[in-house]
Design a protein around this ligand. Structure first.
Ligand code: FRU
Length: 492
């Protein structure tokens, strides 16, 4: 018996080693054990556990019949993959959507004192699509009485039928306390349509907006709506992912700041702004939970090349969890994203250098590096390896823009546009620059000026980056530099 157990553990170990050996398997970003993953779905926090569901095709590393995969975590950093939560059914694939904890049992799904968790998602009928119908995307719901582990689909599905709009998907539901009702933001082709409900089953159409403003280089997808308090007032941010049409090509997420009264969203202005200017943060949405923090994770890829990136057993990872905020700069409101503080639990031997004119260090490629008080002049931070591959993150003073350049950063031939330099505007009014870079095996996440400009990008070096070097124009001193190696968060 013992022999069998140890043989079994050896096999398990071998399996984990094999997983660990994939060079682009993230060390501290969630990635599925095998198969394809895209958007994060149905994220909620309940009884000390964060739940992440995700668009998943377990059988191939390409997009296919969509399931909801599932993972749980105590801190949004250490994830354990769980059995698949939702399988395709007779109404179709299970596309993106959200989940809410129905504390007051408004749905009536609760039983024996158990609080229901209700998932609201899009059913996508592949047959309907093939037959060129226009009503093949509908909204359905499912409930769980064991905190998201097992699910029962509602027999009354669909709860929202399709009025003849081909792109009709990605319901994001939240509780609108002032009017005691649920509200849903739904992507409907070139606009967002709001619905409301008392019980999550019967939905009333409220309003729509957006067809005449914002970026429209592609279809609107995966909305989210979130309130922020600023100077004693409540402001609402509406996120809208679009594909293609992002500022650096392919898919990206724009946002609008405005008012919401439970029925109608009124933007303060219609200027185009992007939650993340990098190429690789898409379909990001927030966790449903009772606390004050606004926590978001996105899909760390881009539809332009997601199905071609050089990973083997799996495709795609999620971004790090981010805490969202709102800031006013010169009279304009901006959404900010900063890494959730839980990220710091992975720091290994952080060290600080104060008042330094230059910075250079060896690295194993997994790190969290922060510069506080960089001079307001052009600079670059180069991550390089002994193959002379280099990824450059920098600031171009003449144009007032940050950039990531992966033209010589490693593998790039899998897609023609991958190596293009990508840009994000500096919006901060401070003279000095703050810049934080978090690097995993195949990604960098760049947070400038306290999250006012964010850029996330994949990269595929043929060897881990082993050297970091800051170059400034005049070697002006930087107030504080903090370097911490990052511990891997899991075996795969
Ligand atoms: C966004 C998206 C969603 C859709 C899902 C399908 O990446 O296209 O609009 O629900 O992916 O997997």
């Amino acid at each position: 018996m013992n022999r069998y157990i140890s043989l079994f553990s050896l096999l398990l170990l071998a399996g984990n080693v094999a997983l660990a050996q994939e060079p682009y398997r993230p060390a501290f970003h969630f990635s599925p054990k095998k198969g394809w993953m895209n958007d994060p779905n149905g994220m909620f926090y309940q009884e000390g556990v964060y739940h992440l569901f995700f668009q998943h095709y377990p059988d191939k590393t390409k997009w296919g019949p969509m399931h909801w995969g599932h993972a749980t975590s105590p801190d949004m950093i250490h994830w354990t993959e769980q059995p698949i939560a939702l399988f395709p059914d007779k109404l179709g694939y299970i596309f993106s959507g959200s989940a809410v904890v129905d504390y007051n049992n408004t749905s009536g799904f609760g039983k024996d004192g158990k609080t229901p968790v209700v998932a609201i998602y899009t059913n996508h009928s592949a047959e309907g699509e093939k037959a060129k119908r226009t009503d093949y995307q509908t909204q359905g719901i499912a409930y769980s009485l064991d905190n998201g582990r097992t699910w029962t689909k509602y027999e009354g599905n669909p709860v929202i039928k399709n009025p003849g709009i081909v792109d009709f998907r990605d319901p994001k539901v939240s509780w609108y306390a002032p009017k005691n009702k649920w509200v849903m933001a739904l992507a409907t082709k070139d606009r967002i349509t709001f619905y409301s409900s008392a019980n999550l089953k019967d939905w009333t159409r409220e309003s729509d907006l957006g067809h005449d403003f914002g970026a429209h280089g592609g279809v609107w997808e995966c909305p989210d709506l979130m309130p922020f308090e600023l100077n004693g007032k409540t402001y609402w941010v509406l996120l809208v992912s679009i594909n293609p049409g992002g500022p650096n090509g392919g898919s990206a997420t724009q946002y609008f700041v405005g008012d919401f009264d439970g029925s109608t969203f009124r933007p303060l202005d219609t200027q185009e702004r992007w939650m993340d200017y990098g190429t690789d943060n898409y379909a990001g949405v927030t966790f449903f939970h009772k606390g004050k923090r606004t926590l978001l994770m996105g899909w760390m890829s881009n539809w332009q090349y997601a199905q071609d990136v050089p990973t083997v057993d799996f495709r795609s990872a999620m971004t790090l969890p981010r805490e969202m905020g709102l800031q006013q700069v010169n009279g304009t409101f901006y959404l900010t994203s900063t890494p959730a503080k839980e990220v710091e639990t992975l720091w290994e031997a952080p060290r600080n250098v104060k008042n330094a004119g230059t910075f250079e260090t060896a690295t194993k490629g997994l790190f969290d590096l922060e510069f506080k008080g960089l001079p307001n002049e052009s600079f670059s931070v180069a991550l390089s390896n002994s193959l002379n591959e280099v990824l450059v993150i920098g600031y171009d003073k003449p144009s007032g823009r940050y950039f990531i350049d992966r033209s010589a950063a490693g593998k790039k031939d899998f897609e023609a546009g991958f190596a293009k330099r990508q840009w994000g505007p500096r919006v901060s009014a401070q003279s000095k620059i703050d810049l934080r870079i978090i690097a995993d095996r195949a990604s960098v996440e760049v947070f400038a000026d306290g999250g006012l400009t964010v850029m996330t990008a994949l990269c595929f070096p043929n060897q881990p980056y082993s050297h970091i070097q800051l170059k400034t124009e005049k070697k002006t001193r930087v107030a504080n530099i903090r370097y911490a190696a990052m511990k891997p968060a899991k075996v795969h």
